[in-house]
Design a binder for this molecule. Structure first.
Ligand code: 7GP
Length: 839
């Protein structure tokens, strides 16, 4: 039962009181109020965290009006809605971001400071919601920001992991992992919605029966039931009234599931069953760009997809929209294959539950989904063993066989007699253990398939998904990634934001292309000076953070050379290391050599089971130990590894970087998004022609980008013609010295065993072509040094990088998804006039 809308209006909350008012006085009063009533504390007893919570609730109170009005507007209009399905959302802290969106950052800062509290410290209190591994999860978060800012009705759907990505620490230079208890002290941004819980089934078997019209139907008899309970988080647009929702599912045991009959008298057994259910949303799988085929992972994937689709049917039917228009109401984006079981689940709902005929159900399904691929690495393409799949989801396996059967018939018509092609295209991989190729299911069940950078999309078409491209060329599109300037400039680089705004106004924050206007100031000496001052300020801030965390003293005048991202051999953190050791060797050979002082900054986590990546981390820490202590170095080189790289730390690093390292093997990195954040903050890039580097170079101009290394084609050729890394090792004395120094135990106190596997891999195999790219990289770094010593030239290049990075806004990317894939229009949300008053 609902209150009629006109009554609702009468009862709606007025914001003209201190509880939600925007003046400094109101904010202070509301903050003290929340401290007292929500935290149950008076100032004498309150902890920093109590203050943070009181402040978070103060801000939340101020966004609820937006959130409620947005929901009411969408409901009333039955608006077409994007459902972004993602196993990961790497949101970053919410407080500062929400203050920016609501345009109350300065007032709140003043209110808090007036109360004698340290505002920055309160911002820093918020634990990182680390519900993602890296690029894929962070992209989802940037996209939610842009969707809200562009006023596109959106639901983000995912999993509320109790433990997010592990916390990284070092012991004797080795990575050790600690559980991430981000929810321990409560999460003020989420609201639990138990009234919208859904049942999810697992296991069991299927039976056929005849319905009232004597048609054959299938019924799934599961042997386990789990409840999915949604938690909602508001996603505010920047300076709009739109507040969309991120809806994350937690698994709970069903109270009513007949414990007694299953475990008569077995109370402990019943409690154990509860634990099993709740395990589903316990922990994020910490793998980036690799798949392990573990049952719990498939369980997680089906769990959140089943919950989300059920939720969408509730919304659809609740708005009185007929079932047949599901695909008109919702555009579902599959963020990689993790949610691709949705294709089978939607078919199951339409065919088994709603008794729709197959062809109509399949047509609706294909019109609902679109699929984004995020990787070129074969080991990251998900495949589920048929045996495991059938045990967990017996009905879905039958449906996938049926989908495949019909699909292969279609292939036979288009390519008669091509048996090899059938085997390559089949949803079922028959080689070795039979398995289901989830990328194939996603391609088939979607109307559009996209890559995340121009090069990546081309490689999908020519290589990874080439048979699908031959079948359905019209499905393939490119959507080059983007990043949100609200978090990665306005929030994290306030000084640069201010300088830019003084020159060109503030429209660039919503229309990033406008940064182009900065080109007019690229040669302006005064502007250049201000630009340098700001960079230096950011570097000073980072230097003091480094000292606080590591005890190392670094010189803010030195070049800050930054490499931060997940650890993977293809990303080649160890190539950076070969460069550092090269410079170090030059100093050792010639202690008085002139050298541009550099501070090398590393950050990033390795998957706990990725042994080689962990060895590379150990080597970085070992080299750092030697280089930083060696008096011969005289401060010319410093190597810093900042532990536990996450969104929070990233926001401190991008503004302080001079040089951005994007050095993956060509043809391996799908896009990269860190590369865009660096460039947007005025760092210059040294990089290969890989992923979005290609487009960054095109945008900023070849003169403003340091290019090195093999092209994708050259890598393919070299591999095809028998690549011999040992040849490079033996013929390049400087390279040989670097490798020999590592092998000799120089960086490991004489231990020659520890880094041997890494050395062996490089010299004998080198699957990522480090040795082939070494000389080109080192030469290019000399160019970097030369340019850095010319302050004017460097600053101009830095300004031009920023001025020309407008293309990499996630607003541009999302606009393209809206126009070319989702075919969706914005919906304006009108706040009641009394609430629109700005402070
Ligand atoms: C990443 C890609 O490695 C990166 O190049 C890209 O920028 C990012 O997605 C966003 O598109 N992939 C992942 O994070 C990942 O887990 C496995 O991929 C499917």
């Amino acid at each position: 039962q609902h209150l009629p809308n006109d009554q609702l209006a009468q009862h709606s909350i007025s914001t003209s009181n201190y509880r939600t008012g925007m003046t400094v006085a109101d904010l202070k009063q509301a903050f003290l109020d929340n401290l007292f009533y929500d935290q149950g504390k008076f100032p004498g007893l309150a902890t920093q965290h109590d203050y943070y919570m009181a402040l978070a609730f103060t801000v939340r109170d101020r966004l609820l009006q937006h959130w409620n009005h947005t929901a009411a507007t969408y409901t009333e209009r039955g608006s077409r809605t994007v459902a972004y399905f993602s196993a990961e959302f790497l949101m970053g802290p919410q407080l500062g971001k929400n203050l920016i969106s609501l345009s109350i950052f300065d007032q709140v800062k003043e209110a808090i400071t007036d109360l004698g509290l340290d505002f920055e410290m309160l911002l820093d209190e918020e634990p990182e919601p680390g519900l993602g591994n890296g690029g894929l999860g962070r992209l989802a978060a940037c996209y939610l920001d842009s969707l809200a800012t562009l006023e596109i009705p959106t639901l983000g759907y995912g999993i509320r992991y109790e433990f997010g990505i592990f916390q990284q620490d070092f012991q004797e230079g080795w990575q050790v992992e600690k559980t991430d208890k981000w929810l321990r002290l409560g999460n003020p941004w989420e609201i639990k919605r138990p009234e919208w819980e859904v049942e999810v089934k697992f296991g069991g078997h299927t039976v056929t029966y005849r319905d009232e019209n004597s048609r054959y139907r299938v019924r799934w008899i599961p042997d386990q039931i789990v409840m999915g309970v949604p938690y909602d988080t508001p996603i505010l647009g920047y300076q709009t009234s739109t507040a969309n929702t991120l809806r994350l599912w937690t698994a709970e045991a069903p109270e009513s599931f007949n414990f007694a009959s299953f475990n008569s008298g077995d109370y402990l057994g019943a409690v154990y069953a509860k634990v099993i259910s709740e395990n589903i949303s316990k922990v994020l799988y910490p793998n980036d760009d690799s798949s392990q085929g573990k049952q719990l992972r498939l369980t997680q994937q089906y769990f959140f997809v089943a919950c989300s689709l059920r939720d969408m049917f509730r919304i659809l039917l609740g708005q009185g929209i007929p079932l047949e228009r599901f695909h008109e109401k919702f555009a579902v984006q599959l963020n990689d294959t993790h949610p691709s079981i949705a294709v089978a689940e939607l078919m199951r709902l339409l065919v088994d539950i709603y008794h729709m005929d197959w062809d109509q159900a399949w047509s609706m399904t294909q019109r609902t989904f679109a699929y984004t691929n995020h990787t070129l690495l074969p080991e990251a393409l998900e495949q589920w063993p048929v045996e495991l799949f059938g045990r967990l989801l017996p009905r879905h396996l039958e449906l996938i066989y049926e989908i495949n059967h019909r699909f292969l018939d279609e292939v036979r018509i288009k390519f008669p007699g091509d048996e090899a092609r059938l085997a390559r295209l089949s949803l079922i991989n028959d080689r070795g253990e039979r398995s289901i190729r989830m990328a194939h299911l996603a391609c088939l069940g979607s109307h559009t398939v996209n890559g995340v950078a121009a090069l990546h999309t081309e490689l999908l078409k020519q290589d990874v998904l080439t048979d699908f491209y031959a079948m359905y060329p019209h499905k393939f599109q490119n959507k080059t990634n983007g990043v949100t300037p609200r978090r990665f400039m306005v929030l994290s680089n306030a000084k640069l934001t201010q300088l830019i705004t003084e020159k060109i106004g503030d429209q660039w924050i919503k229309s990033l292309d406008q940064l182009q206007q900065l080109e007019a100031y690229a040669d302006d000496a005064e502007f250049q000076e201000a630009w340098r001052e700001i960079k230096l300020g950011c570097k000073r801030d980072l230097a003091s953070f480094i000292q606080q965390q590591t005890g190392l003293i670094v010189d803010p005048q030195s070049m800050f050379d930054v490499l931060v991202k997940r650890f993977h051999e293809y990303k080649r953190q160890h190539l950076k290391l070969l460069h550092i050791i090269t410079l170090y060797n030059r100093i050792k050979a010639n202690p008085d050599i002139e050298m541009i002082p550099r501070t090398f900054i590393f950050g990033g986590k390795a998957a706990p089971g990725y042994w080689m990546a962990k060895l590379i981390i150990k080597l970085i820490n070992s080299v750092a130990d030697v280089v930083n202590r060696d008096p011969d170095v005289r401060g010319r080189l410093k190597v810093v590894f900042l532990k536990n790289f996450n969104v929070k730390l990233a926001q401190q690093l991008y503004p302080a970087a001079d040089l951005s390292e994007q050095i993956s093997t060509a043809g391996k990195e799908a896009s990269g998004t860190g590369n865009m954040k660096f460039s947007l903050n005025g760092a210059l890039t040294i990089g290969t022609l890989d992923g979005a580097n290609v487009e960054i170079r095109k945008q900023v101009g070849a003169d403003n980008f340091f290019l090195f290394g093999l092209t994708t084609e050259q890598v393919y050729d070299l591999r095809g013609n028998g690549y011999c890394p040992r040849h490079y090792y033996e013929s390049n004395p400087e390279l040989k010295l670097v490798i020999d120094r590592i092998a000799s135990g120089f960086f490991s106190r004489g231990d020659t065993a520890v880094f041997k596997p890494l050395i062996d891999s490089l010299v004998n195999d080198d699957p990522y072509f480090l040795l082939a790219d070494f000389q080109s990289y080192v030469d290019c770094q000399s160019q970097v040094d030369l340019t850095f010593s010319d302050r004017t030239a460097w600053t101009k290049m830095s300004i031009l990088n920023v001025a020309r990075s407008g293309f990499f806004s996630s607003d541009r990317a999302i606009q393209e998804y809206c126009d070319d894939i989702w075919r969706i229009e914005p919906v304006n949300v009108d706040l009641p006039s009394s609430d629109r008053d700005s402070p």
